[in-house]
Design a protein around this ligand. Structure first.
Ligand SMILES: [Zn+2]
Length: 506
């Protein structure tokens, strides 16, 4: 048997820290269910002390996961952080506290203003303190990628002696080169006493486009846990993408002496789910899950693949859930069929809620003969967005064309439920609507991104609009909206972004 590599997913923690990708608790639970279907070993569900929302997410995901996965909560090396994380993990069957401190010269000197000895003292104290609550304590040596080799050995030795069960060696800034990072892991394996009794983890960032390569170098040199996210979501340029590292391990199982227990057929679904919830679209040429990952356009390649798939394709698309037979629902599909399909996609509805979703589904099926999984996801997400909205769309009407001045008449219901109607004109129909929205919701914001994608193929496909707005304080908010009419999607998307901005302000 080859070495088992544990997959530690941090989509809900590091992934969420990606600008504009914030998620609410319900959205995190939907993703957590998909992570369980992928059979990940650890779910890092949040940073409990950072906000009541994070606390609640960790608590509920811990309940959801039960025995099926370890649930980790992040903390700094601070007692209060650890107290709060332990509280959030109270009902977890397999709780893990993930605590740590910066160990690079830059972090110790400029951020923490501590000496090396103080750093070790705090690290040891945090681990021993967390051990009072849970037996499974993971220590992260923040910015280990830029730390001194021998000092890193000292810190890791001290926390292993203090009872850490997992030691995480992150290249926090995405600075390292793969070969050097591998040597760093090997140096720890060779020099820390008792390291064979703990799990060595790697957590790499993609600032130089090498997150997956760094993680693989870690695995090759002794790491048995990889921290990663769906679609490589994460701070700045992102994290190691789970789908990439898992498939790389699978392709090279023998030479790496390694395997994972991931159910890879859930990758495409997971990718779509995360991008639809966060509004972070996946580039077409993204490895494993991009729209073009298995597309061959050159004649020579097509000819080869048709003769024998592995002439130009190393992965069978079916192994990652691509091109799986699409189940199509129509207006004749009943409640049970819809409920079943939604459950397969990770959404659970009962009673009145199910009736409401069914009604929305019938409306859609009337306009669009065939309803695909993507349509259902879009419909459910749209419903969630409307439920949590402060301002909701009552009606929007546009007149535009040549030589007209694009004009919008818009009615929104305010948080008290009162309708407000305004008119505005703009350089185009979307501009006119957005000006009208701004007349009603007076909040400082800059539209920084606007994109339209069709949810499925065909002329009757839903149009999904993603927008990003920058608030006065520099925070970025993502909004999404889906409808058969792209002016309506555009209006919903902008409203969604401003609603998020406003609810955070409150
Ligand atoms: Zn990170």
């Amino acid at each position: 048997m080859t070495r088992k590599i544990n997959i530690f997913d941090t989509t809900l923690r590091d992934g969420e820290q990606s600008p504009g990708a914030s998620m609410n608790t319900e959205e995190k639970l939907v993703i957590a269910r998909q992570l369980l279907r992928l059979n990940v070993d650890v779910i890092e569900a949040g940073f409990p002390i950072s906000s009541p929302g994070d606390f609640e997410s960790v608590r509920r995901i811990a309940e959801l996961a039960g025995e099926d996965a370890t649930v980790a909560g992040l903390t700094r090396a601070i007692e209060k952080d650890i107290d709060v994380a332990a509280d959030a993990l109270k009902y977890a069957k397999r709780p893990r506290i993930h605590t740590g401190i910066g160990v690079s010269p830059s972090h110790m000197r400029d951020k923490l203003r501590i000496t090396e000895d103080q750093c070790i003292e705090r690290a040891v104290h945090a681990v021993s303190y967390a051990k009072k609550y849970v037996s499974d304590v993971q220590f992260y040596a923040e910015d280990a990628g830029r730390s001194d080799y021998d000092f890193l050995v000292k810190v890791i030795q001290a926390v292993v002696d203090a009872g850490a069960t997992v030691v995480n060696i992150p290249d926090t800034t995405g600075y390292s080169l793969p070969e050097e990072f591998g040597q760093r892991i090997k140096y720890l394996m060779d020099n820390v006493r008792g390291i064979e009794n703990v799990t060595v983890s790697v957590h790499c960032h993609n600032d130089l486009g090498m997150a997956t390569a760094l993680a693989m170098a870690g695995v090759k040199n002794g790491a048995t846990q990889v921290e990663c996210t769906i679609n490589g979501l994460g701070e700045r340029a992102g994290n190691t993408a789970m789908e990439e590292v898992v498939m790389a391990v699978r392709m090279h199982e023998a030479e790496l002496d390694a395997h994972t227990d991931i159910n890879t057929r859930e990758f495409i679904k997971a990718s779509r789910l995360v991008s639809s919830i966060t509004g972070m679209n996946v580039q077409a040429n993204k490895a494993i899950v991009g729209a073009n990952a298995f597309a061959h356009s050159s004649g020579i390649h097509q000819d080869g693949v048709l003769k024998k798939r592995d002439t130009y394709e190393i992965i069978d698309p079916a192994d990652v859930g691509a091109g799986a037979s699409q189940i199509v629902l129509t207006a004749r599909s009943g409640h049970a069929a819809l409920k079943h399909r939604l459950e397969e996609l990770g959404y659970e509805f009962e009673g009145e809620q199910l009736d409401q979703v069914y009604e929305a589904f019938l409306n859609l099926a009337d306009k669009k003969k065939e309803v695909y999984d993507e349509d259902l996801e879009s419909l459910v997400n749209e419903r969630d967005r409307e439920e949590s909205a402060l301002y909701t769309l009552e009606s929007v009407q546009i007149s535009c064309g040549f030589p007209l001045t694009p004009t919008a008449t818009l009615t929104l219901a305010n948080p008290e439920g009162e309708p407000i109607t305004v008119c505005a004109y703009g350089t185009g129909p979307v501009d006119a609507v957005y000006k009208a929205v701004n007349q009603i919701i007076r909040v400082d914001n800059d539209l920084t991104e606007f994109s339209v994608q069709s949810v499925t193929r065909g002329i009757d496909a839903l149009g999904e609009v993603t927008v990003r707005v920058k608030a006065g304080n520099g925070e970025v908010y993502t909004g999404r909206g889906a409808d058969g009419d792209i002016i309506v999607s555009s209006t919903k998307a902008y409203l969604n972004a401003l609603n998020r901005l406003l609810s955070e302000k409150r």
